[in-house]
Structures are given as C-alpha cells and as structure tokens.
Design a binder for this molecule. Sequence first.
Ligand code: ATP
Ligand code: MG
Length: 411
Amino acid sequence: MKIPNDVLLIMNTLAEAGYEAYAVGGCVRDSLLGREPKDWDITTDALPEAVKALFRRTVDTGIEHGTVTVMRGKTGYEVTTYRLDGAYSDGRHPDSVTFTPELREDLRRRDFTINAMACAADGTIVDLFGGQEDLEKQVVRCVGDPDERFTEDALRILRAVRFSAQLDFTIEPATWEALRRHAPNLVHVSRERILAELTKTLLSEHPERLSELGPAGILEWLPEQFAECHADRRAAALPEERSIRWTGVFAESAPETVRELLKELKSDRDTMDRAALLTREVKKPLPETAADVRILLSEIGPERFADLLLLKKAGYGLNADTGAAAGIGNPGRTAAERIRRAEDLAAEILSRGDCISLKQLALTGRDLIALGVKPGPELGQKLAFLFRKVLEQPELNEKETLKNLLAEKQA
Ligand code: ATP
Ligand code: MG
C-alpha cells in the first residue's frame, strides 16, 4: 500500500510520541482496490489535545467526536481518536462518544467490513471483520449484526447502496434484508444527508443502482417525485456533474418534477435551475439551422447548450430528433446527424463570435437613449427587436445598420 509522505509523517510523529496511529476507512479500502483514495484519515489512541500539541497547524473539525484536522501545506488530514459510539436513540447519531484505547473498538463501530480496516505505517493491514475477503467477493456487508447497525444509523442504508454503486459491489444478502427491514428508519435522516448520498450514487460509475431503491423499499421514504427516477446505464456515459445526471434520470419527467424533488432535498439553487432547464430542453428537437442554434444559445447559454448535446449523445430525448417525429427541418436526418449538425453549427457560431447575447449587440441601451428613446419598456422592446434580427442575421450587427433598421421600423 502506498501511503503518502504527509500521512506517514503524521503517523510517525504520533508513534514517536508513544501513540498508535493507523490510516483507516475509505483510504485503506480504496488503496487495496487499486483506486486513488480521495482523502486519508488517521485513527489514533492519542486524545485530541495530545494530537493538537504535536502539530503546529491544526483545526478543531469535530473535537467533541475526537477529530482534529492536521494541516500539511494546503491539505488537511483528519486525525480521530479511537472511539466507541454510545446508544443511538435518534436513529441517526450516537447520544455520546467515548474514547477508547482499543483499535478494535474503533473498527467495530464502523459501518461496513470494507470500511473497517486500518493500515499501519509499515503497511500491515488490521482486518478484524473480513474486509479483505469482502473486497475480493465484491460485497458490501455490515460489521456485526446488520439489524443493529441500520437501527443505530439509518444513513447507512443509503451508504450501502452508494458504495455498491461506486465500487460495483453487490449488497450481501443478510445486509440487504436488514436494509429493507429498516428502510422506515430513513425518516430520521436529514434531507441534506439523503441528497448527499443520492448524489454520490448518481455520480458514481453505476448510477443505475438508484433503481435498486425501489426493490429495497426505500422509495416511499424519499420525496414522492423520486418515484419517477429512471436510472439506467445511459447515465454512466454522462459527465460526473449533478445537474446533467439528474436530468438524465428524470429525462422523461416534467421539469417541475426535478425542481420539486431537488427543492425537497434542499439542493443548491444552481443544480435545481440547471436540471429543470435541461429537463425541459432535452425533450425538444435540436435546432437545425444556424439562426435557430443562435436563438437557443441566446436562451440557454453556451454551457447549457453543451450539456444538452452531451445528453442527446448519451441517448436522452432522441424521440424529438428522429425523422418525422420532429416534424420540422429535414426529416431524413438521423438523430446522430442532427446532433453532429447542431454541434458543428454551435462551434462555428461561437468561434466566429456571432452575437448571441444582448451584451454583444452593436447598439446598446445607452446608444438608444442618446437617440432619444426613453428608458423603460419601449427601450426594452426596441433592443429585443434588434437582438432578434441579429440572431437571425448576424451580419446586421453594426451600429449604423441597426440604427437604420430601427428607423425603418418606425417609419
Ligand atoms: P468516501 O470515499 O466517500 O470518502 P469513506 O469510506 O471515506 O468514503 P466517509 O464518509 O468519508 O467514507 O467516512 C470515513 C469512514 O468513517 C468510513 O470508511 C467508515 O469507516 C466510517 N463511517 C462513516 N460514516 C459512517 C456511518 N454513518 N456509520 C458508521 N461508520 C461510518
Ligand atoms: Mg472519506
């Protein structure tokens, strides 16, 4: 296992002061799988105050749970004291945490066997619950009694599905059965945490695992809009970006459905707006003329236009683009040809710098005011008129030409 130097340095500093220290959890799992760990967590028998005393730059991330972040350059490493969790009376959080000198106790409180391994500085793996075997079998299995584990913390239900999607593992049968039994405990989990796990599943290599939430009995504990989620393999071809992937799995739904779902789950505004916009646009046929491409670019912007092409390329909303169904343009073109054409046209338009936003109009609102137009609705209408003309014919975008156009219109 290749432990980064900064992590080794932290572990060695703790060891030299007489403490135990191990890399633990996700980083051990990912390293053993030959994947690049996202972050490295360290577990130790040193108490938080002792950890803070040993390192120059630390942050009290979750000091009451025993977590201190040790900074090395710009990277932070979470160093957490071995702990056991007290009773879980709310179905989500331990009532109290107790520090313990035993690594075994700390590993036992973790959710899944594959997440419950530690690695010493010399590379020795501490695997007390069959984590390596489960990695080989490619299964997600609870540490200990799955009924207890899902009763303690219902978030683990969604974490099991998430890890199965990220790693392409199956959920071990006893864990799966327990997960189904305890799905109603999800009422104890905050909407933000639900969204976070669903999003990780959505952005994984196997977003189609979202469709396992139905058979798992989880669906009825999620906002009702989620029932329309249609997750299949096509979503895996989409970039790992939330609004695009949400659009993929809700491509058949009304834009309002996605918006309401994400709102219920307390998503950020940006993701919500983008997903609703793309869900609306993906159902329309792609534009086939330069003028129509400019109009769409002006309405949704180049970024969303690019997202839309990615969705179409992955196979979403193609009904609108296939021949006669589109009912417009050249019915002989295949969907692939239409995508290609829209992409080429947009690339030309953008590289030529055709006017696709009011800001690029050669005649500004200020110019119009100088010409005697009163600020207000009239000014807006005139600008909109000129903008529309220029979208249709970009060569008109010159100050004098636009002035003349306006004069003609008024005449
Ligand atoms: P990721 O790649 O998403 O960071 P991870 O395994 O590191 O995956 P984290 O949520 O960062 O997951 O948690 C770190 C470790 O803490 C886990 O590997 C697991 O051992 C433990 N853990 C996290 N959440 C829970 C939980 N709800 N119940 C029990 N153990 C948990
Ligand atoms: Mg982690």
